[in-house]
Write a protein that binds this ligand. Structure first.
Ligand code: FAD
Length: 112
């Protein structure tokens, strides 16, 4: 196995776990019953999870080489579905805009 592949696998594991924690935080905020307070966390995870999964699958395709983009593995199909998710549940740009607005609202006198 090439040395750099260990780094790629380690990064993938760490990024999965970071996204899981953000997902748990969003779920916890929702469980508290204040939809408005939970919204920024929902927007964050809707960007972070598909991006992270797409990156991990993309790296997996690279590790597999040409087989990774063949139909012998599920990877190319997974990539296509994850890429679609970055649009289907609202484009990333829309979620990011909401995250930024929440962030700026804390410091602005007028509504950003
Ligand atoms: C497979 C699939 C399933 C879907 N399922 C559903 C569904 O179940 N229910 C549903 O309601 N919709 C669904 N959609 C529609 C989906 O929400 C839209 O595709 C998405 O909102 C983007 O709209 P659009 O395709 O018209 O692109 P456009 O509105 O033309 O957007 C193109 C790009 O412009 C940018 N953009 C657009 N709007 C903004 C904005 N307000 N702020 C900043 N940048 C922006 C983004 O970069 C975006 O990617 C689905 C789409 C797909 C592909």
């Amino acid at each position: 196995m090439l040395g750099a592949n260990f780094d790629i696998i380690a990064d993938a594991r760490m990024e999965i776990e970071m996204a899981r924690l953000l997902c748990l935080k969003a779920a916890w905020m929702m469980d508290r019953g204040d939809a408005k307070a939970a919204a920024p966390w929902i927007h964050q995870i809707k960007v972070v999870a598909p991006r992270m999964a797409l990156k991990v699958v993309d790296e997996a395709i690279q590790l597999f080489g040409g087989v990774g983009v063949s139909q012998d593995t599920p990877l190319s199909r997974m990539w296509m579905h994850l890429r679609t998710l970055r649009l289907a549940d609202g484009p990333d740009a829309v979620h990011r805009r909401q995250v930024a607005r929440t962030e700026l609202r804390q410091y602005a006198d007028t509504k950003p």
